[in-house]
Each structure stands twice: as structure tokens, then as C-alpha cells.
Ligand binder design. Sequence first.
Ligand SMILES: Nc1ncnc2c1ncn2[C@@H]1O[C@H](COP(=O)(O)OP(=O)(O)OP(=O)(O)O)[C@@H](O)[C@H]1O
Ligand SMILES: [Mg+2]
Length: 614
Amino acid sequence: MTKPQAMYSSTRRQGKLNDWQIYRRLLGYVLPYWYLFLFSVLGFLLYSLGNVLLADMMQFLLDSLNESSNVASGIVSGLAYRLVDAQDMGRLEFARIAVPMAIVLLTMSRSLGFFIGTYFMNHVARQLVHELRCELFDKILVAPSAFYDSHSQGVLISKITYNVEQVTGAATKALKIIVRESLTVAALLGYMLYLNWRLCLVFFAVAPLIAIVVRVVGKHFRRYSRRIQASMGDVTQVSNESISAYREVRIFSGQAQQRERFRNASDYNRVQSLKLAFADAVSTPVIQTLLALALATLVWFALSPDILIGFSAGSLVAFLIAAGQLGKPIRQLSGVQSVVQRGLAASEDIFAQLDLEDETDRGSHSVARVAGQLTIRDLCFSYPGTDTLALDHVSLDIPSGKTLALVGRSGSGKSSLVQLIARFYQPDSGEILLDDIPLEDYRLANLRSHIALVSQQVTLFNDTVYNNIAYGALATASDERFLDAVRAAHADNFIEQLPQGMNSILGDDGGGLSGGQRQRIALARAILKDAPLLIMDEATSALDNESEYFIQQAMQSIMRERTTIVIAHRLSTVERADTIVVMDKGRIIARGSHAELLQQGGLYAQLYHQEFSS
Ligand SMILES: Nc1ncnc2c1ncn2[C@@H]1O[C@H](COP(=O)(O)OP(=O)(O)OP(=O)(O)O)[C@@H](O)[C@H]1O
Ligand SMILES: [Mg+2]
């Protein structure tokens, strides 16, 4: 059993971006909405000023009670005395009217500030998350095939769901708290500096200690976050597999194994989350203690006779209240660190993926319809990350409108050849020409518009039968052409028998259909495309004899009008081909007509007797 530790170590350090690059890129998403961001910051500024001024009110209240001559020295009290002529009123009498009014006004503006700050910050953050998620998804649509060979589905899905969610947390919750609480801290400190700057020095002495704690803990948070993230990928992956392969799991008694893998991944996740929670739970009290020490020292100094001289009782209380109020925002700021680090770790991973190269598409050639003449010259290809040649110096000529049948043992390179024609992979050497123009010179989308493909593994979408056939660019096909294609693929009979006919929803990947039915839907889709190049990878292997017969009839007319490559397992297809090419170990070892090849003996004759003769 692989130890979880080792299992995730490779995924731990994918991101090569440093923190500043991550911040800068995240900021790039926010920049177009700078005015909303500014608005939000102003809102929070209003909120934090409200907080400070509410502390300042204590001075007003206390000094009015004492009938102190310093009563107008505070911010609120000073403003009140300046705005209202209170000559003939007693101090207490004035405070009785002014303080409640100030409380109401301050609370109202603080609430308004809170609303503006929170709402607009969310606006910006949600936009960021939305764009990040869409970019990540778009990447899936343009990633090269090799990307899919080297990434597991579950991990990719978990990036779009879990990782983006982490950024959401950081962007919505954390950003809001950071802006709001930093402003509050700044406003409180500013107020305290204004009241007595020397006393504030105590706080500045503790600040570096707090900074060190935050930094150390932050590093740990990031490390745990990366591991949690990687293990979430594994949790998704194992679940995904167990769902889609539930039959295999049961028949081959894989439950224990799947359970063990899931438990391991989930347990690793639990341990790392717990470590994160530990660091989180330790850091906050440590910071609190440091603050309390600072506050204690502050009180000690504040009550010293020298300092008391310059202070009214009200100002002293207001100062201490402001100092005491510092605790909450600082606690919130340190508490939000784990969310921030999780978001940063996720962004790092997301950006690393966004930075992967797209499918190469450098060609500029574009035509409405090709004639369909294929020339393959000395083609060599090995799958990325392997060094065995899947295609070994393959040369072929397929004149336009002709049919080529590829036969050969399993693993001989038939599907690989076809994948290269659709440019899912780049050849190592040699070239493929379509109508005498190298494939790379075509714009990728244009090239693929000339190809209809029925691949070895039929893929259907969780949608209606109709939308599965008229998929993508085919959605605009006329009803007449649509029905023709369905009939040609011999799919009309069974579709009529489905509960909602054409509008029946196929489950995930066509669940609820038989293998042959799925193939016929894929075939109808390919026929509807009416492309000059038709490629079928064993499209007829899962059909009963009767369907096979009808399809062969239909195929005859379809093949006549276009260049067709069939990877064949059935005699009827092979016989009808203009040329048959026999592949073995990535090489073409024989070519000719059915009769010629049979006469030659060799692999074809052998395959014929094994497979086709039945
Ligand atoms: N995505 C991939 N990554 C790495 N190697 C691959 C990949 N797909 C196929 N191969 C390897 O390339 C070789 C040729 O495979 P290919 O799929 O072309 O065979 P095939 O002739 O289509 O076989 P079959 O009749 O079984 O479908 C095989 O050795 C296979 O292991
Ligand atoms: Mg194959």
C-alpha cells in the first residue's frame, strides 16, 4: 500500500509562482472593477470610523458627568460643541441630548458603511471567482490530449469545484475581513496616537512579535492547504471511479480496495485539516496573549502619574476602550489567515493549470470543404512520456472518396494513426497532408470541421437523444437531414421505442442504452455531420447481424461520397474497402485488396481466419 505521504508529495509543489505573482494576478481580475472595490473600501472606512467615534463618545459622556472643563476635547464632543451653541445649557443637560443623537447618527452611518462595504466587496469577489472558474473550464476545452492522459478526471473536477471554492472563501470572507478590520485597526491606532502617541509605543513594540507569529503560522497553513487540496483531488477521483465502475467493483469484489483507497485519502485529508486547525487554534490565543500583555503594560503606563496629568478621565477611558477594541479586529485578522492561505494555495494551483500550454493551433489555412485526399509521409509517433513508437515510419495515400480499412492486432497503432489525423497529438516526425496541405497549416477548428469521427469508446452526453445526435455545430441541421441521418444509422427503430422518443434523456454517457444502440447514435451523429472525411474506429463491432446488415447498406452510399477510414473488425466492412492496410507494432506490414492479401498469406490471412471467418 502506498503511503499517503508519498502519494501526495508530487502534487505538493506544482506552483512555481511566488506570493507576489499570485497577488498580482488575482488583483488583475479585480482591476476592471476598481470602482466597486473603492466604493467598498470607502464603506468599510465609514464603518471603522464609526467604531472609533463610538469609543470617543465615552470621553464625551464621562467628562460631561464630571462636569470636566476638558469636555470639548474629544472628537465627537468637540464637534457637538462647535455645531451647537450650548452656552446657556449645563454640560450634563447638553450631553443628555447630544450623546443619544450622536449614538444614533454614528450607528446609522456605521451600518450604512458596513452594508456598502460588504455588498460591494462580495460583488467584486464573486466576479473574481466566476471568471477564474470559467477560465479554468475554458482551459479544459483547449487542453492538448496529452493533458488528459496525464491528469485524472477526479483531480480536474476537484480543481473546478474544491479549489475554486477555496478562492471564493478567501476572496469573499477573507478579503472583506482584511479590508474592514485593517481599516478598523488603523482607525483605532490613529485615534490612540491622536490621544497620546507615547502610550502607543507599547503597541508598536509588540507588533513585530505578532508579525513573526503570523508569518510562521502562515507558512504552515499554506503547506497543509496544499496537501488538503491534493487529497481532495484524490477523494473525488476515487469516488468518481467507484461510481462509474460500480459493476466492476462489485463483480471483482473491489469494495474493500476502493473503501481502503477512499479511507486513506479522506483520512490524510482529515489529518492535514486537523494540523491546520491546530495551527489556527494555537495562533489566535498566542496573538491574543501578546495583545493582552501589551494592554496590561499600557494600563500600567497610563496610570502612571506623569501621564495622567495630560489626560482627562474621559480621554483616558476612551483611550483604554480603543485599545481594548483592538483585540477583536486583530483576532479576526489572524483568524482569517487560514482562509487566505487556503485561497492562495488554491490560486497557485489554478494558475499553474491556466499556464499550461493549449493545443497547438498555429495554422491559418481554412477552406469550406476539402476534397478529402490524405497523404501520410513517414510518420513516427510516440505518446508523450513513453519511448516506444506507437507509429513507426508509416506512409499512406488515400485518394479522395476512397475507403481504407485498417486491420491489425490489438495495440498495433490503428487508433493512434486516426488520432493523429484528427490532430489530437503531434507526430514526432513525418507529416500528414490533407489535399496536399500539411495538417498543421489548417486552423484546428477548420481541420476538424472536415472530419466526422466515431471513436472506439462512444461518448454520449447527458441530454436528449436529439441533442446527442444534433450535437454542437450540428444543432442547426434541418429536420429532414436529421431524420435521414438517423435512418441511415439504422437508429430510428429503437429511438421510437424509447419512452419520449427523440426527447428521451440519455443518462450519464448514454446509460440506459445498449452498446449497439449507443454506437448507432454516435454513427448518426457522424453521418449528420456530412464531412468529407469519415473515420470510424471499430464502429460496427457491437452490432447484431441484422443491424450490421442495415448499417452496411447505409454505409455503402455514405462511404461513396467521402474519404473513409475504418478500423475494421468485420469482414463485410473490410471486403468493401478499396484498400486494406495491415498494421503490426506501429508499422504497415502489408496493403492491398482482400483477395490480394489473402493470397499473400501472412498476418492478414491469419487475422482473417481467426476473426472474420466467423
Ligand atoms: N494515451 C496513450 N498514452 C500512451 N500510450 C498509448 C496511449 N494510447 C495508446 N497507447 C499505446 O500505443 C500503442 C498503440 O495503441 P492503439 O490504441 O493505436 O492500438 P490499436 O491498434 O487501436 O489497438 P486496438 O485494436 O486494441 O484498439 C499501444 O501500445 C498502446 O499501449
Ligand atoms: Mg484502437
